[in-house]
Design a protein around this ligand. Structure first.
Ligand code: GCO
Ligand code: MG
Length: 406
């Protein structure tokens, strides 16, 4: 069996996505996702200029060998662009294998460990009262895990608020075609967040468990203070309190409290995850299958985490396409150490023109589809109608103008 052709689709049905199609000499076709938010075109080039020429003629059944060739076989290894490109190939090959076997990918991984996967949704508001309203809406839909973010007095913009339920809180970029500029002040943030979770605990009691994303913005000593102050509210997790480059700095945060910690959405390899998992510095690993080398490599990270009693909460923001999300549904259905799945599918009607699947959402859970492969169909004609629009993630600046972690 041979790979005969591969084609990249850069489509924007409300969000930009990089989708790879792999065709075979037996007529079976697979689709993968290699979207890297704000850096879509470099992945397209990596696929078209470097990866696809190597794939043609290879046996699509040899997923491991293809993976090793693209990763180990490359002198310039790793990084977000290459690992997303490898992920796109890997997902497409698992899709092909599942279609050939007539089985959903979770069956190829070892079968389902559960009937349904618990999801968390994003609730956000300009202020605490608005966040409480947004949380209520999720709880009414049956969600028992909800991420809560709130506006910070004195800051015009903040991660997680402007992009979801309050599109009004956004900052104009210096030029319309440049990244939007956000503001950051740790003291102002640290004042409001404990208050938010106190109010949520008072309002909702045991009805839900809450998550919160600091998006890498605090220093370790500030992060340790936040984790400690949130301890009485028993969060489901506190995410990305600091940049993860220096694992040893997390010892301070870890020893300061029993608030569960999650991290890893910006990791691409098992080696980056290793110190955190091995030393028990986190409770949840957050890699995304589409940024961590696909199903093949993410499965290794999941197994390694299971060995150290770390659960998975794979990254599922709106910048992961339904194909990438499906890969995570299959991994989560199989993983013995599943924790929760983030579900932030971008709400655009154009999405349905392009992607169709039967992964079923019910009362805060996803029930995996039994269709063969990844279980998502991709409408190429419609995808071509939705043209790519350049977009950037924001840039963060402290109040005096200093560039800070986004
Ligand atoms: C999350 C993430 C995302 C990222 C985004 C960057 O926890 O969902 O932090 O919102 O900001 O994926 O492209
Ligand atoms: Mg995050």
């Amino acid at each position: 069996m041979k790979i005969t052709n591969a084609e990249v689709f850069l489509t924007c049905p409300g969000r930009n996505f990089v989708i790879l199609k792999i065709e075979t000499d037996q007529g079976v076709v697979g689709y993968g996702d290699g979207t890297l938010n704000g850096r879509e075109k470099p992945v397209v080039s990596c696929l078209q200029d470097c990866v696809i020429p190597m794939l043609i003629g290879m046996d699509p059944r040899r997923i491991e060998d293809v993976w090793q060739l693209l990763y180990r076989g490359a002198y310039w290894r790793g990084g977000p662009v290459a690992m997303s490109a490898i992920a796109a190939v890997d997902l497409a090959l698992w899709d092909i294998k599942g279609k050939m076997a007539g089985m959903p990918v979770y069956d190829l991984l070892g079968g389902r460990s559960r009937e349904k996967l618990q999801l968390y949704g994003h609730a956000a508001g300009r202020d605490i009262a608005a966040t409480i309203d947004a949380v209520s809406a999720w709880i009414e839909q049956g969600y028992r895990t909800v991420r809560a973010q709130t506006g910070v007095p004195g800051l015009n913009t903040i991660y997680g608020v402007q992009s979801s339920s309050n599109p009004g809180i956004g900052s104009a970029p210096p030029r319309a075609d440049l990244p939007p500029v956000h503001q950051w002040d740790s003291d102002a943030y640290l004042k409001v967040v404990p208050e938010l979770f106190e109010q949520l605990a008072l309002t909702f009691g045991d009805q839900a468990r809450f998550l919160h994303d600091t998006h890498h913005r605090l220093r370790p000593i500030e992060a340790a203070r936040l984790a400690k102050e949130l301890e009485p509210f028993h969060l489901f997790w506190l995410e990305d309190v600091c940049r993860p480059e220096l694992a040893e700095r997390f010892r301070l945060i870890r020893s300061a409290s029993t608030t569960p910690l999650a991290l890893g959405e910006v990791f691409h390899t098992i080696q980056e995850c290793q110190p955190y998992i091995e030393e028990g510095l986190i409770d949840f690993i957050r890699v995304a299958a589409i940024h961590a080398g696909g199903i093949t490599h993410t499965r290794r990270i999941i197994d390694f985490s299971a060995l150290h009693d770390v659960r998975i909460g794979l990254h599922g923001p709106p910048d992961v396409s339904p194909i990438g999300m499906a890969a995570q549904v299959h991994l989560g259905a199989w993983a013995p150490n599943f924790g929760v799945q983030e579900w932030a599918v971008f709400p655009a009607s154009e999405m349905d023109d392009v992607f169709r699947h039967e992964h079923w959402i019910e009362r805060g859970h996803v029930i995996p589809s039994e269709a063969s492969g990844l279980g998502v169909t991709f409408n190429e004609t419609n995808a071509k109608k939705h043209e790519f629009k350049r977009s950037y993630l924001g840039v963060n600046r402290l109040m005096d103008g200093t560039v800070w972690n986004y």
